[in-house]
Design a protein. Structure first.
Length: 440
């Protein structure tokens, strides 16, 4: 194939886990994917957006070829770098303002309430107050979260004043890591009056929602909002942490229709175009009501294999097609399996990894179990509490993707993989004592 027919797609934060899935999108034989910044550069330590922009620009300016698309599937700063770099290099993306209206949790709530009443009561928490107080119109139990965060980092469910003050102290200590660089983005946008003085280091309080969690995936193309999939997000018992995402959703058709309708209305209000989105909701079976949790201005890379297993094409297809100005339409139920799930194998106490499987062992498990893909996160010797990007309640050990005929087969494959991986731990104090003894 000649260089003239090959399209160069630059993926901000392209990682090894997603490259094989990207290479499964229709027409991938005429695409060349290029990494633009590493995940470590983008997510470790405090983000300095001008430095990241300059690094990316240096790579693009030095590239000897056409720059046909700039895309990404991670949260801030990737989500904001995509429109900034697209504007600089003349590639297709949604506006920076529409991305920020999704990612800034407080501004997003202000926009949502213009389009729907399907959201919890919310307000700001004054972190500078001594002592800080819960907002008057938000009652316990509530969630506290920064305006910006990675993977539920610094998000806390609190049930009383004592838990509130403990969570606020942690948020105060950590909010600047992402909040300060996000203020650089806010300076580039004409903010509405209701956002004057809010900034990027605001803490949001919102009433806790009950029910089952569900995700809606879609895109906006030429102003038209399309929802192409609804997934169930199932939590560990008595925990806010995900056990698995499962596709397709098992919710009743009238609820699915309601999720489509609210998503389309809210995304029109946000004003996105030429972009994918993923919206998280709660559905309460007792009241039959849905409540919007948050809007992500990008599709979920966590769901790519699930769409490939069930529909025959990973959802990366929509992102790439939109960026190239092509039809983002997804096939429906043309995959090898009726259902699929992404499982989160977690540990709920700190510890040190005594044994982790080798890449060869992982490849063997995948070969022996059709419809399975495994990503192990820690390496031997890692302390779980020092792993980057973890939530406030657990430690992710592995992501296990399974395809099957039904829910029972999905669980059977997951259980088999967990046993076969052979991950082993010792508690952190014991490991520290052993290390101290070795040093003496």
């Amino acid at each position: 194939m000649s260089d003239e027919t090959v399209k160069n797609v630059f993926v901000i934060g392209l990682d090894e886990a997603n490259l094989p899935t990207l290479q499964q999108v229709p027409g991938a034989d005429r695409l060349r994917f290029h990494q633009l910044l590493t995940v470590e550069e983008l997510q470790h330590g405090e983000v300095h957006l001008p430095t990241l922009f300059d690094k990316a620009q240096g790579v693009l300016d030095a590239f000897d070829g056409s720059i046909d698309a700039i895309v990404g599937y991670w949260d801030f700063p990737v989500s904001t770098l995509v429109p900034m770099l697209s504007e600089r290099y003349g590639t297709r993306s949604t506006s920076l303002e529409s991305v920020v209206k999704c990612e800034h949790k407080y501004w997003s709530r202000l926009e949502q309430q213009k389009a729907t009443d399907r959201h919890p009561r919310f307000d700001q928490v004054d972190l500078s107050a001594d002592p800080p107080r819960p907002p008057e119109k938000v009652t316990f139990p509530m969630w506290l979260k920064p305006a910006l965060s990675y993977s539920s980092e610094l998000a806390f469910g609190v049930g009383d004043e004592e838990e509130f003050h403990k969570a606020v102290a942690e948020i105060r200590d950590g909010i600047s890591r992402i909040g300060r660089p996000f203020e650089h983005i806010l300076e580039r946008i004409d903010l509405p009056p209701e956002m004057n003085g809010v900034g990027g280091r605001v803490c949001l309080a919102e009433e806790a929602m009950s029910g089952v969690q569900v995700a809606v995936e879609g895109y906006v193309h030429q102003g038209e909002v399309t929802v192409y999939g609804v997934l169930d997000s199932i939590q560990y018992p008595d925990s806010p942490c995900f056990l698995r995402h499962q596709y397709p959703s098992m919710l009743p058709p009238p609820v699915i229709a309601q999720l489509h309708e609210v998503s389309e209305r809210v995304m029109r209000q946000i004003g996105m175009d030429s972009a994918t989105f993923s919206i998280e909701y709660f559905y309460d079976p007792r009241t039959q009501e849905i409540n919007l949790l948050e809007i992500n201005p990008r599709h979920s890379q966590s769901h790519a294999e699930l769409f490939q297993y069930v529909d025959g094409v990973p959802n990366h297809h929509c992102m790439v097609s939109l960026a190239l100005g092509e039809d983002p339409h997804m096939p429906h139920r043309e995959g090898s399996y009726a259902m699929a799930a992404k499982w989160y194998h977690r540990w709920f106490t700190d510890g040190v990894v005594r044994r982790a499987p080798s890449p060869e062992e992982i490849a063997r498990i995948e070969r022996e179990t059709p419809g399975v893909r495994i990503e192990v996160i820690p390496e031997q010797g890692d302390r779980l509490s020092e792993l980057p990007g973890q939530d406030s309640y657990s430690y992710e050990l592995a992501h296990i993707y399974t395809g099957g005929a039904d829910e029972a087969e999905l669980r059977e494959k997951f259980d088999h993989c967990v046993a076969a991986l052979g991950l082993a731990f010792e508690d952190a104090p014991a490991a520290e004592a052993e290390a101290e003894a070795a040093r003496e």
